[in-house]
Design a protein. Structure first.
Length: 322
């Protein structure tokens, strides 16, 4: 990334325009978080309903108090331990934080991303950048600059290309504004890692119940256009038998060593065995498959265990299985 590119991005943000930003999780669609008309453009570009609050990205921990108040020591602990990185803290907001950013709630989501391009931009900009994932509402989050262009094309004034996103899934969201910490969206930073940092036995993660507060939870979020279903490993052989002419070609996305046919009707994509590598590839794989003329995308369920929580969550949403 060249510095002139960052200079241009800062100029655009100051003019109230939209800049797509690479982060380590997914690409974000950024605007100056203090400029109401700029933030409004984000909702227009994404076709996102206004009751869905945005995350404000900041460049350093000192800026936290510009956005949040009554920050509990536990939140500071998490910020110091995991920032910059894929963790979003929900905190009580400062009065001046725009309603359009918080969807009128009294809390605000904050995160310091660790992608070097995002960090350089935030440092040069000096303020908060409101940025949801740079996809149209309910679609798969983009993990490359190319995917952003596909999703939002002419609606964004500049796309900073920072290469493929390292993590590949959206940040962990933890609500630190109440009595006890609650995970609203699982991500690369696990409940166990957070609990260990806070010296707690465990952390509540009733994320399935937070329909309105975390729109990522909506039925059919992060969804391909192609009909997509989730299937247990042991049901794959029956599924193969049940498919008929109208169902072909069908794509299978597997992660176990299940033996699969590979022919002009069935295409089998073998995903990595390791959770972080699987997460890195998932959205990119689904996006690629969605561009082909498959009648079905059939995804094998993933292993139990916390390392797979975020992946399992996104697969359930991509297939409307909740
Ligand atoms: O990894 C990420 O978090 C990416 C990158 C770009 O930072 N951003 C992202 O933004 O995934 P978005 O808008 O697609 O998802 C943000 C989630 C939404 O589900 C939203 O409801 C939740 O964060 N959120 C934001 N502010 C909130 C608040 N004050 N209270 C509860 N949930 C909030
Ligand atoms: Mg999103």
């Amino acid at each position: 990334m060249t510095t002139p590119e960052i200079t241009k991005a800062v100029k655009l943000l100051r003019e109230g325009r939209l800049v797509a930003i690479p982060t380590e999780t997914v690409y974000g669609l950024g605007a100056d978080a203090t400029n109401e008309s700029a933030v409004r453009k984000i909702f227009l570009a994404k076709e996102r309903p206004h009751d869905h609050p945005l995350i404000v990205h900041i460049g350093n921990i000192e800026q936290l108090q510009d956005w949040a108040r009554e920050i509990p020591p536990a939140a500071m602990k998490l910020a110091r331990a995991f920032w910059p990185g894929p963790l979003t803290l929900i905190l009580k907001k400062q009065p001046q934080v725009l309603d359009i950013v918080t969807a009128g709630q009294n809390t605000v989501g904050l995160r310091i991303p660790r992608h070097p391009v995002a960090r350089e931009l935030l440092e040069a900009f000096g303020g908060g950048i409101a940025a949801p994932s740079a996809n149209r509402f309910t679609r798969i989050s983009p993990t490359t600059a190319h995917a952003v262009a596909e999703e939002l094309g002419g609606k964004v004034d500049l796309i900073l290309d920072g290469g493929p996103c390292e993590v590949g899934l959206e940040s962990t969201i933890i609500d630190m504004s109440g009595e006890t910490p609650v995970i609203l969206r699982p991500g690369a930073i696990t409940a166990h890692a957070i609990a260990a940092e806070l010296g707690l036995p465990d952390i509540a993660s009733p994320y399935a119940q937070h329909e309105t507060r975390a729109p990522g939870m909506h039925h059919l979020h992060y969804a391909p256009r192609t009909r997509t279903i989730l299937i247990e490993t042991e049901n794959i052989p029956d599924m193969l038998l049940a498919l008929d002419r109208d169902d072909f070609p069908a794509a299978f996305v597997v992660n176990s060593d299940v033996i699969m046919p590979q022919n002009d009707k069935i295409r089998c994509i073998k995903m990595p065995h390791e959770a972080a590598a699987y997460a890195h590839d998932l959205y990119h794989t689904l996006r690629k498959l969605d561009h082909q003329d498959f009648k079905w995308i059939i995804i094998e369920t993933v292993p139990q265990g916390e390392a797979w929580d975020a992946i399992r969550d996104r697969l359930l949403k991509a297939t409307g299985s909740r």
